[in-house]
Design a binder for this molecule. Sequence first.
Ligand code: CO8
Length: 263
Amino acid sequence: QLDEFEFNNVQIDQHGPIAVLTIARPKALNALNADTLSEIAQAVNLIVEDAEVGALIITGAGEKAFVAGADISEFTNLEGVYDGREMSLAGQDVMHQIASLPIPVIAAVNGFALGGGLELALACDVRVAATTARLGLPEVSLGLIPGFGGTQRLARLVGAGRALDLMLTARQVKADEALTMGLVNYVADDALTKAREVAESMLRHAPIALSLVKEAVRRGLDSTLEGGLEIEADLFGMTVATKDFREGVDAFLNKRRAEFQGE
Ligand code: CO8
């Protein structure tokens, strides 16, 4: 059972096909220190190895914060270009690991998602914000730039103009503004409950198709339109070779609900 693994700063709760990874460092508003980042990476590996899990929700413990950023108290150890680059690459690796998971990943942004915390949410496929959430990339206020993928993922998600406004002003946006700009997909009083609903609606569909949709979008964003269309055609071809495609079409034609097996 996944929830039997003991970590200091993260918890895994699994009910059926939905795993919830909760970042829990209440004394620092769930800020990501090196240990927490490493535990997130280990937990994500465990979750993805569990064949029963079909969707992952990432959230923060408590009412106040999703994740209030990288742990600023560890920044005093950083002495120069090399240290900074290594720290950025280490964080980017974890975000990339999450972004390339073969199952849907939803961020339930229950409070502050700042700096590395927003970058974590940006590595997820879909974001649900609580009405009380505050999102931002305040790194320039510390003399830094975002280093866990934020400069790249935010601009790809909401466009360079909106991303630059957020990063250059370091301002925090509330949930309704985040929704308007496309930074989050949903706003709800209870982000985790809404995230579960979104996960359930995804889990009704064919698992291989879910994974290949993600792959097509992710690889396409790194590509030209032509290259992306080739990727799409290749992956579309793979879906046509699955049993679930036969099942989906048969179910539609016979007016019944499809029973997908992930094959
Ligand atoms: N790191 C460490 N500790 C933190 C962090 C953080 N990011 N955020 C909050 N805490 C701690 C506070 O120090 C405080 O601890 P204590 O009780 O011991 O004094 C506790 O959490 C509670 O916080 P506050 O008392 O400050 O709570 P407030 O309600 O007054 O304020 C805020 C809440 C507005 C969220 C405020 O805590 C804040 O501004 N936090 C910092 C937010 C921030 O700047 N985050 C971005 C950090 S930079 C970053 O993430 C870069 C990522 C890429 C790194 C690449 C590496 C090279």
